[in-house]
Design a protein around this ligand. Structure first.
Ligand code: NAD
Length: 291
């Protein structure tokens, strides 16, 4: 596999495409914005980027855009090519994209990522993939360049399902940690002491141990950089909404996921947009019992 088309050269896509080019692949990119990415040739359209490639990667904002881009690239791709969608989208759109690819004789994988912009630049992303064994095997060498780990989660849509479940846990656990810091403040407990205890006790989790929302406490995190993302609150809200859409469709009970979605909706509407998702601590620390 040598030739790759890459569509969606945003915050995540650009460094991922650059890493593939650095590893010796011939990468042709397309984005609606005129972006330059080192080592990546530019195509005039998504179809042109996909034409005659061994693999076509997409890294796009949402499921509607994904489906519209697949409508352009599926007819252009050569039979046997593998389509790898790394965007975070709803499970139904992911499955619809698989279906379009399959009907045209193409291999396809949904392969959303964890690890953020830093992981994309460093080539240390985790890929969670859905699709056939054959498609996963075809995509694997590219996952190895762009990431540190790739898990084949199951059939079409399973990668998105894993991503949505993981990020629902993350949203809920960040709110739990922020609530605990806000309560600790009101109880007169020093934040550093709270970290020292919880990070090695049964309340420990990634949200406090690795990504502590309290500035000056724990390892360096967006809280120490004025809550610059990181992982923006509106992206967390997007993923929480996807979890609720999936829960609704599957009739799954997610009461904490639902409440977390409401709280992030409120936070984003009240000035949280553009801030890291851990900045919800600022809001909770300023609030009283009834808001
Ligand atoms: P981004 O907005 O920076 O990039 C998306 C790019 O897609 C933009 O450059 C946009 O111009 C382009 N685009 C939109 N419509 C297009 C079209 N029709 N044809 C071609 N290009 C088009 O977003 P991002 O941060 O790079 O995120 C991309 C995806 O990865 C999202 O689904 C996001 O949820 C997911 N994700 C992001 C992060 C993160 O930390 N940023 C982490 C994990 C997953």
């Amino acid at each position: 596999m040598k030739k790759i088309g890459f569509i969606g050269l945003g915050n995540m896509g650009a460094p991922m495409a650059a890493n593939l080019a650095k590893a010796g692949y011939e990468v042709t990119g397309f984005d609606l914005n005129p972006v330059e990415v080192e080592g990546v040739a530019r195509a005039a359209s998504a179809a042109e980027a996909a034409r005659d490639k061994d693999a076509v990667i997409t890294m796009l904002p949402n499921g509607e855009i994904l489906k519209s881009v697949y409508a352009q690239i599926v007819p252009a791709a050569r039979p046997g090519a593998v389509l790898i969608d790394c965007s975070t989208v709803d499970v139904d759109s992911a499955r619809a994209a698989h279906q379009m690819a399959q009907e045209a004789g193409l291999l396809s994988v949904d392969a959303p990522v964890s690890g953020g912009v830093g992981g994309a630049a460093a080539g240390t992303l985790t890929f969670m993939a859905g699709g056939s064994e054959q498609a996963f095997a075809a995509a694997r060498p590219l996952f190895d360049v762009m990431g540190a780990k790739a898990v084949h989660c199951g059939p079409a849509g399973a990668g998105q399902a894993a991503k949505i479940c993981n990020n629902m846990i993350l949203g809920i656990s960040m709110l739990a940690v922020c609530e605990a810091f806000a309560l600790a403040d009101k109880l007169g407990l020093d934040r550093q002491k709270m970290f020292d205890v919880v990070s090695t006790s049964s309340g420990s989790c990634w949200s406090i141990n690795t990504y502590c929302p309290a500035p000056g406490v724990g390892p360096k995190s967006p809280a120490d950089n004025d809550y610059k993302p990181g992982f923006a609150a509106e992206l967390m809200l997007k993923d929480l909404k996807l979890s609720q859409q999936a829960a609704e469709a599957a009739d799954a009970a997610t009461p904490m996921g639902r409440r977390a979605t409401e709280l992030y909706e409120q936070f984003v509407a009240e000035g949280g947009a553009g801030k890291d998702f851990s900045a919800v601590l600022l809001k909770l620390a300023q609030s009283g019992r009834d808001g």
